[in-house]
Design a protein around this ligand. Structure first.
Ligand code: NAD
Length: 321
């Protein structure tokens, strides 16, 4: 069995590798070659922790496994990350465990890759301004991945906690792009692509903020009750997602579906756009929205790539198991 420790991940897998792995597994999901198993998520009644599993099988790539982990709010006091993830991969022919992979950085990379895939396939080709809503841990990864997809000239940002905005300014500077902190009205007026990545439980971005032609990648809502945008935006947008079942239950679309503004059948799989079986953006004026809920197959895809690279670079720890 191979162990790829968390500390090795940064030196192994790039944002580009993660993009390719996630784009490819989204396409496999749309072809029916890969599927996710039901998600388990439990409040365990200890340490205020939320613990769970995301798992699946990619028959095309023969990647079988699970990501286990969750949220431990007290970890910051212990000098640890609140979110903890570990991926276990199994041999699809024998069921033997064959790899244990640190999943914390991989989670950020695969989440950023998902919104970047949506920008590649759905945003206007001439998009110039990137709007960021959210300035937490994930936001820097999101911005770095998004700017690779279009010739962005500027980043505008808003955050519920303005004291966190320096993270966006610093990331934009690292990427050589000017940054402006703006109101939500101004963000919607300027941005051609908007990434939302917050833990909000009520709509921040309203329908009136959004101009024609905008692409939104809504990445923060991954639990029942969370919400980042006005359901009216989904009603006038073409909506795509990683997995429809998650989009309508735990994703951003849960609210628009509950309000009767959007039907499950109106939501397309991003993988079908990648495969070319469903058209992506059809006009410069249409609004597109990607509801990125986060699926286990994304985790397995980047973990499998990390294992491959660890083997190539000789940093995989091999143990008898
Ligand atoms: P973080 O704790 O580092 O940052 C939280 C962000 O949400 C900050 O921008 C904060 O200002 C904002 N926020 C907090 N409370 C808010 C409120 N009441 N109203 C509006 N904004 C509020 O978190 P993070 O690691 O950056 O993750 C952000 C979100 O992304 C979380 O909801 C997390 O669960 C989600 N996430 C989704 C995926 C996926 O695959 N879709 C993957 C990882 C994380």
């Amino acid at each position: 069995m191979i162990i790829v420790p968390e500390k090795e991940i940064a030196g192994l897998i790039s944002a580009e590798d993660s993009f390719d792995a996630v784009e490819s597994v989204f396409a496999a999901m749309a072809r029916g070659d890969a599927y996710n198993f039901p998600v388990i998520r439990e409040a365990i009644g200890h340490a205020d922790a939320l613990y769970g599993f995301k798992s699946g099988f990619d028959r095309a790539g023969l990647v079988l496994g699970l990501k286990s982990g969750g949220y431990w709010p007290g970890n910051a006091d212990k000098g640890l990350t609140n979110h903890q993830s570990t991926v276990v991969l199994f041999d699809a022919d024998t069921g033997q465990a064959h790899a244990l992979v640190g999943g914390n950085l991989l989670t950020a990379l695969r989440t950023a890759a998902a919104s970047a895939v949506s920008i590649k396939h759905l945003a206007r080709k001439d998009a110039k301004v990137l709007g960021m809503v959210g300035a937490g841990h994930q936001s820097a990864f999101q911005m770095r991945a998004a700017v690779k997809q279009r010739d962005f000239e500027k980043v505008v940002g808003w955050n519920y906690h303005p004291e966190m905005l320096p993270r966006l300014a610093e990331t934009a500077e690292e990427l050589g792009l000017p940054f402006e902190a703006v109101s939500l009205e101004e963000l919607g007026a300027q941005a051609d692509v908007i990434v939302t990545i917050t833990s909000s439980f009520e709509a921040q971005v309203m329908d009136a903020h959004i101009k024609p032609g905008t692409h939104l990648a809504c990445m923060g809502t991954d639990t029942k009750g969370k919400q980042e945008v006005d359901p009216a935006i989904l009603a006038r947008a073409r909506v795509f997602t990683d997995e429809v079942a998650q989009s309508v239950s735990i994703g951003e679309a849960q609210h628009a579906v509950a309000a009767g503004l959007v039907a499950e059948g109106d939501i397309g799989q991003i993988g079908a756009v990648i495969e070319g079986t469903v058209p992506g953006r059809q006009s410069a004026e249409e609004i597109t929205l990607f509801d990125g809920t986060g699926v286990g197959l994304q985790d397995l895809a980047v973990a499998a790539k990390a294992v491959e690279l660890a083997r190539e670079k000789g940093v995989a720890v091999e143990v008898d198991f």
